[in-house]
Design a protein around this ligand. Structure first.
Ligand SMILES: [Ca+2]
Ligand SMILES: [Ca+2]
Ligand SMILES: [Ca+2]
Length: 398
């Protein structure tokens, strides 16, 4: 190898080293925000989505598959075309082999569990759970039915019976349903369910445990026209949602009380049902809560590390007040602007990333210093090496 070749090889190595450090620094490739079919999402969105500024929020995200919302309800029609591809799959379980492959205590639980019949088929006997799910993630042609977060996943947990009811001896079963959602990876639990009676303390313990692990539980104030928020939304750990109409008036059927946190559309909401034409309009606080659930699912799609406290703070900051000034027992903090909530989520994510970069800077500086030192000493070595060989070459030539 001639001296010139050796110099060239060494210089190339140094250039590669410098080049690598630049590549290393600029390797983050931004991902496109929108992954939906633009032809599918056109104008004429339902009033409820417009009121919450959902179509604008979709410019930031339409949701991510790995955000899982457990719908504990009357079961979901998983073959409904509006919910196609939106149902959670338990990838750790092998279907139909009569074995509990993931050892979670439930055999062949592929999409959730039926806690009413205690089997692995949470198919509905009532339309309610399908309707609620469609408000969270449904998607029909022409947007007749269109959910808040159409690209997230829904875990199907059947608990309510064919009359859409549950009973006083069901509390333990309700606890099992909640724990199933929690233990199998739900990020949010939607409870469009209310109780006339106070649940046993063991039930409250389960709620507290789940929320302490930063799984969000969204509940409803109830439909009894009473001045009392029902359970489980009455617990401070559960987000209590009430219903308003298209004029932002309080729905006459909706319960009120100091625990009320957010108002969402709950009158004449179009959602998916079990029979032809497979959609209809319905009213109830049950259909207000899934809007808030959907918005939280979008927030978690942007920033999965949000805590329950983060989510509450952002929703409050993104709310515009209704009724008497400030938080009140009828409307809570008011109506949420989803775009604002997602923007604040993005902002928080960047702020936290920035503080991580600052703490990582010391490490980065050390890497740069070592790199620079290597180049300097490498150059000296290269100079010495080429000189030495030059010397030998000269001597040999003698
Ligand atoms: Ca299992
Ligand atoms: Ca199995
Ligand atoms: Ca108010």
């Amino acid at each position: 190898m001639s001296r010139k070749t050796r110099m060239l090889v060494l210089n190339l190595l140094f250039l590669l080293l410098i080049g690598y450090s630049f590549v290393y620094k600029t390797i983050e490739v931004p991902q496109p925000a929108n992954n939906y079919d633009d032809n599918f999402f056109h104008s004429n969105y339902p009033w409820n989505l417009n009121m919450l500024n959902i179509p604008q929020a979709w410019n930031l995200t339409t949701g991510k598959k790995d955000v899982v919302v457990a719908v504990i309800d009357s079961g979901i029609d998983m073959s409904h075309p509006h919910l196609k591809g939106k149902i959670w799959n338990n990838t750790d379980e092998i279907p139909n082999n009569n074995k509990d492959d993931d050892q979670n205590g439930y055999i062949d639980d592929i999409h959730g569990w039926d806690f009413r019949d205690d089997d692995n088929d949470p198919s509905p006997g009532h339309w309610h759970g399908t309707f609620v799910s469609s408000i969270i993630a449904g998607q029909s042609k022409g947007n007749v039915v269109i959910g808040v977060a159409p690209n997230i996943s829904i875990m199907n947990i059947r608990f309510l019976d064919d009359k859409n009811a549950f009973y006083n001896n069901d509390w333990e079963n309700f606890e099992r349903a909640l724990l199933y959602a929690f233990e199998n990876g739900a990020d949010i639990i939607n409870l469009s369910i209310f109780s006339f009676v106070k649940p046993p303390s063991s039930f409250y313990d389960v709620i507290k445990k789940i929320v302490a692990h930063n799984v969000i539980i969204v509940g409803i104030t109830g439909n009894l026209k009473k001045n009392e928020v029902t359970y489980p939304a009455k617990y401070p750990e559960v987000i209590a949602v009430t219903s308003i109409n298209a004029k932002k008036e309080h729905s006459i059927f909706a319960n009120s009380g100091p625990e009320t946190e957010f108002s969402a559309p709950g009158e004449n909401i179009t959602g998916s049902v079990l029979t032809s034409p497979y959609y209809k309009n319905e009213s109830g606080t049950s259909f207000a809560a899934p809007h808030i659930t959907g918005i939280i699912a979008l927030m978690l799609s942007i920033y999965p590390n949000l805590t329950v406290n983060d989510i509450r703070s952002i929703l409050i900051a993104a709310s515009s007040d209704l009724g008497e000034p400030g938080k009140d027992p009828i409307f809570g903090y008011g109506v949420v602007d989803a775009y604002k909530a997602l923007s604040l989520t993005e902002q928080l994510k960047q702020e936290r990333a920035q503080s991580n970069v600052t703490s990582n800077n010391d490490f980065f500086n050390a890497v740069v210093f070592i790199g620079a030192a290597t180049i300097v000493f490498g150059s000296i070595f290269a100079y010495w090496y080429t000189k030495r060989f030059h010397f030998f070459n000269k001597r040999d030539n003698k």
